[in-house]
Ligand binder design. Structure first.
Ligand code: 5GP
Ligand code: ZN
Length: 134
């Protein structure tokens, strides 16, 4: 399969590994948004998180938890983010969690600032959405 993150898992593409478990791998982003930008991936290829097994998911999130603690050696807080599909901005089609040190000085603002057109929702619209999601 022509997947760069699978190649990182197999070792055919080099990476700067931070932490490895049986099921997941954390390594430095090659083109970091800030110093200390880490990616955490499942070793098994999946495009979206909902394709992962519960075990892979649990292991991945535990690795994310540990990495969030460590990247905060580089900043007072951290951003944990997943582009879950092409339309949301996913460029590499293998699940990856960004763990990024954050500080007020980085100027990036909250994730909310990505959305400039908040919908005004009626009770009926909330009910419709609830119906879809329940
Ligand atoms: P996405 O936009 O898909 O959420 O993020 C993909 C991330 O993978 C980007 O932050 C990009 O810098 C990183 N990336 C792309 N290719 C490589 C690579 O070959 N090695 C590493 N370490 N990171 C990569
Ligand atoms: Zn892959």
């Amino acid at each position: 399969m022509d997947c760069i993150f699978c190649k990182i898992v197999s070792g055919s593409i080099p990476s700067r590994k931070v932490l490895e478990t049986v099921r997941s791998l954390a390594f430095l982003d090659a083109f970091p948004l800030v110093k200390g930008h880490v990616l955490v991936i499942p070793k098994t290829h999946c495009v979206k998180i909902q394709e992962m097994t519960q075990q892979d998911n649990a292991d991945l999130f535990e690795t994310v938890r540990i990495m969030a603690e460590r990247v905060e050696r580089l900043g007072p807080s951290s951003l944990v983010a997943v582009h879950n599909g092409k339309e949301s901005g996913q460029e590499v089609q293998h699940v990856h969690v960004h763990v990024i040190p954050r500080s007020k000085e980085d100027g990036a603002g909250p994730v909310h600032s990505m959305f400039t057109k908040r919908p005004k929702m009626s009770d009926a619209e909330f009910a419709k959405v609830l119906d879809i999601l329940k």
